[in-house]
Ligand binder design. Structure first.
Ligand SMILES: C[S@@+](CC[C@H](N)C(=O)[O-])C[C@H]1O[C@@H](n2cnc3c(N)ncnc32)[C@H](O)[C@@H]1O
Length: 345
């Protein structure tokens, strides 16, 4: 799938001045995007970094931490805006900090992602803007760094881990940049309500648990009462940091592993818990669905059970049919359903 807003940035990623930073969040890499030696790609998503490296790009995986770049050291920053406002604001503020005088920030995005607001606010910070509506709803802005900053954008203290939400038993540490960072996800809470039903489907209590796509670690914290060691894994750098914080906070026997769809994890697990990042009707997610299901089939030990929670409109059962012999919808509510997967083919 091509992303029209990302396409607007292509000309700025070729023949770029040294050094150029390309901040990459949701956008996909076009397979024909040739690497430019002056450009360093930075992303919080391990899958994007891995595919960029495979194409020959210099790429770093971090939570958009630009602190290794000193003030005024960068010639150009290229950024197709992310979905989350504090993250976008953080990246624009950091672009101002690292750019040298005369250096340029190129921003693009879609109208329904709030790009017009971001362009306005970046203009207040940089004091200048060349903004154009390029096609459809896609906008691009070019900002040039000068001596004095205008108004910094409110990034809600992006870098800081903090207690953000709680339920009856735990307070959860998280930060912007993590999925649903300041709340307990209703789907995940539904899965935990029925945790014992999944455990009852096992021949004995689980001796090892996998939290696949762990986010800040809600499922890990709640499943710790089962007493089994846990592996929690995610591809997002902010999620890994937050999950490690929660595991430390509650002294949980868990290893938190950065990986895309569990790649590189080679143990097998009696119980896999997953609230996957699928969205109904979004074609690019199809591959992700396949990868999460394939990882689950690979990582489930014989006799093991996986508990998935998904939006009730997602046909997970149909997608899982080729990979598991036992597929049961255990519960549904108005929004979600819980699916048990076992006996991988
Ligand atoms: C719906 S959230 C669930 C988060 C957490 N388990 C919870 O209950 O709050 C899905 C998670 O999958 C992660 N994710 C997305 N793509 C991934 C990938 N390719 N590999 C691993 N994790 C991924 C996201 O970063 C996000 O944390």
């Amino acid at each position: 799938m091509t992303d029209p807003s990302f396409e607007l940035l292509r000309p700025w990623l070729h023949g770029a001045p040294q050094p150029t930073l390309w901040l990459a969040d949701e956008n996909l890499l076009g397979s024909n995007l040739r690497p430019d030696p002056a450009v360093q790609m930075i992303s919080n998503r391990l899958d994007l970094v891995d595919s960029a490296r495979a194409l020959g790009w210099r790429a770093d995986w971090c939570d958009f931490d630009l602190s290794s770049h000193t003030e005024g050291s960068v010639a150009r920053v290229v950024y197709r805006v992310s979905k989350e406002k504090p993250l976008v604001h953080h990246c624009i503020n950091e672009a101002w900090r690292v750019l040298r005088n005369g250096g340029e920030l190129i921003l693009s995005g879609d109208k329904n992602e709030g790009i017009k607001g971001y362009l306005e606010r970046a203009k207040k910070l940089f004091g200048n803007a060349e903004v154009e509506k390029v096609s459809g709803n896609c906008w691009r802005g070019l900002f040039t760094r000068s001596d004095q900053p205008g108004e910094m954008l409110d990034d809600r203290d992006y870098d800081r881990l903090r207690p953000t939400c709680r339920d009856d038993d735990f307070e959860y540490w998280s930060k912007p940049g993590v999925f649903g960072w300041d709340k307990v996800d209703r789907g995940s809470a539904f899965l935990i309500e029925h945790l014992d039903t999944f455990v009852a489907a096992l021949p004995e209590p689980p001796d090892r648990i996998l939290d696949l796509g762990c986010g800040y670690g809600y499922l890990t914290v709640r499943a710790a009462r089962l007493g089994a060691p846990i592996v929690a894994t995610d591809n997002n750098a902010a999620a890994i940091a937050a999950c490690r914080r929660n595991v430390a906070e509650y002294g949980i026997d868990a290893e938190v592993v950065p990986a895309s769809c569990g790649d590189g994890i080679n143990q097998r697990f009696a119980l896999i818990l997953c609230n996957p990042p699928f969205h109904a009707g979004f074609s690019v997610e199809d591959d992700l669905t396949e990868r999460f299901l394939a990882a689950t089939a690979r990582l489930l030990e014989p006799g093991g059970v996986a508990g998935f929670v998904v939006n009730r409109h997602i046909m997970l059962e149909r997608r899982a049919a080729g990979r598991f012999r036992r597929i049961e919808t255990l519960a549904t509510d108005g929004s979600f359903k819980l699916v048990l997967l076992a006996d991988a083919t």
